[in-house]
Design a protein. Structure first.
Length: 451
């Protein structure tokens, strides 16, 4: 527990600005590492794991099996949200984030040493599933803490969207590093890469964990949590309390993520299986397309977060949802031409409608919960979408293509996700103009909820 008498509790304006910068950097770097670990699997699932762990299956069936294990990580994310949401609201944001980083990093590192089907049969896939489960639990507890680390150092109400967009950028940044690592090591011959080359990016994660741990140990706990401790407003069972008082907000936040979460994994995971087996596009072209898209995200995510501070969180988010609903048809129209140039253009553009939602999303969800229940509420709401949207998306896309042999049904699926998100967002309240000083005046029993 953070001591209320901590000497760092009272900070000068200059000290506060310095700690704000440190918190944003720590949140962004840590989230980048976490997502590198988590998204490295999504890339390998389409390129390697089907062949390595299910070599006797037909290519499409092997891909489905690999994505089924991929889905396990998403099932585990809400478990991590429940576990670490509790500790984040009880013990503190900083301490919880250190644990999630270690959990995620070590499990990813161990993937590098897994034997394939040729060595131990189906047990290789079983061990991969266990490690994927641990990965998911770690990332399930990571997001809420990273966002709050940035958000709860905010000095005024017109910077929350921008500040929380940086840990959001950790997702695409982690994807960039994961795909860059795969691109570098995939230069090996096909047999060498399939045998041992794919393991190196997983092994390198332990270096990134060391860097992230060093950064996170140097930051202070957020002033919002310190005030909660000083005023004795720490909840004994925050998970139970937030589920009892704000179920509507949790569900609305979960469903609002549908058109961000689902299409993202179609654009960044399913595309590798679809592109290499159906379009016969080169692996390097697809990896380069994702890398270029992430470079665009370096601008569009923070810009979207900043814009949500100016025009309102909900308005910005709904614009992003509507754009995504239309873009699915453009994306598959370009992809299905088979032209390398048009495939690359589609991939470069693919994350823009995602970023229009992802940038303001953290603040949109986190602001909906009172500080003493915020880690729990925001984490649960955010991570439940991994089951309803993120995890099933590559499976649904693969199944739709297997049935219809066209990208158009997948584009229709993306449109449906957009409609769901727009409706759900209307049930969330607008807090982008709320005075930051209200953080310190929250009543012990007050949950700011749309329920």
């Amino acid at each position: 527990m953070v001591a209320a008498s901590d000497a760092n509790y009272a900070l000068t304006p200059d000290d506060h600005a310095r700690e704000l910068r440190r918190a944003v950097v720590a949140a962004t770097v840590g989230t980048t590492i976490e997502w590198y670990d988590f998204l490295l699997y999504s890339t390998m699932a389409g390129l390697v794991f089907g062949k390595l762990f299910f070599p006797h299956e037909a290519p499409l069936t092997a891909t489905l099996n690999a994505f089924a294990i991929y889905f396990v990580g998403f099932i585990a994310r809400p478990i991590g949200a429940f576990i670490f949401g509790h500790f984040g609201d009880r013990v503190g944001r900083k301490s919880t984030l250190i644990i999630t980083l270690l959990l995620m990093g070590i499990s990813t590192f161990l993937v590098a040493f897994l034997p394939g089907y040729a060595s131990i049969g189906i047990w290789g896939a079983v061990l991969l599933t266990v490690l994927r489960l641990i990965q998911g639990i770690g990332v399930g507890g990571e997001w809420g803490g990273s966002v709050l680390l940035s958000m709860e150092w905010a000095r005024h109400n017109r910077e929350r969207g921008f500040l929380t967009s940086w840990p959001q950028f950790g997702g695409p940044a982690g994807l960039f590093l994961a795909n860059l690592a795969v691109l570098v090591f995939s230069r090996m011959s096909g047999e060498a890469f399939l045998s041992w080359g794919w393991r190196i990016p997983f092994a390198l994660s332990i270096v990134l964990v060391g860097i992230g741990l060093w950064i996170r140990l140097r930051i202070l706990e957020t002033p919002v949590f310190r005030n909660l401790v000083a005023e004795r407003k720490i909840e004994r069972a925050p998970i139970v309390e937030v589920c009892r008082k704000a179920p509507g907000t949790i569900i609305a936040g979960m469903l609002a993520r549908t058109s961000e979460q689902g299409p993202f994994y179609i654009f960044t995971a399913f595309i590798f299986a679809y592109g290499t087996t159906t379009l016969h596009a080169s692996r390097d072209l697809l990896l380069a397309g994702v890398l270029a898209a992430v470079c665009v995200s370096a601008f569009t995510i923070p810009f979207s977060g900043w814009l949500s501070d100016q025009i309102g969180r909900k308005r910005m988010y709904i614009i992003g949802c509507a754009t995504m609903g239309i873009f699915g048809f453009i994306y598959f129209g370009l992809i299905d031409t088979g032209s390398s140039v048009l495939i690359f253009i589609a991939m470069v553009l693919s994350l823009i409608p995602h970023d229009m939602q992802y940038g303001p999303q953290a603040a949109l969800i986190a602001e909906s919960f009172t500080p003493r229940l915020r880690y729990s509420g925001a984490s649960i709401s955010y991570q439940l979408a991994s089951i309803t949207a993120g995890g099933p998306a590559p499976l649904i896309a693969t199944a739709l293509f297997a049935r219809y042999h066209s990208g158009t049904p997948i584009a229709i699926y993306i449109l449906i996700t957009a409609i769901i998100s727009i409706v759900a967002t209307t049930f969330l309240k607008e807090y982008s103009g709320r005075d930051v000083s209200a953080e310190y005046d929250a009543e012990p029993g007050a949950v700011r909820s749309a329920a």
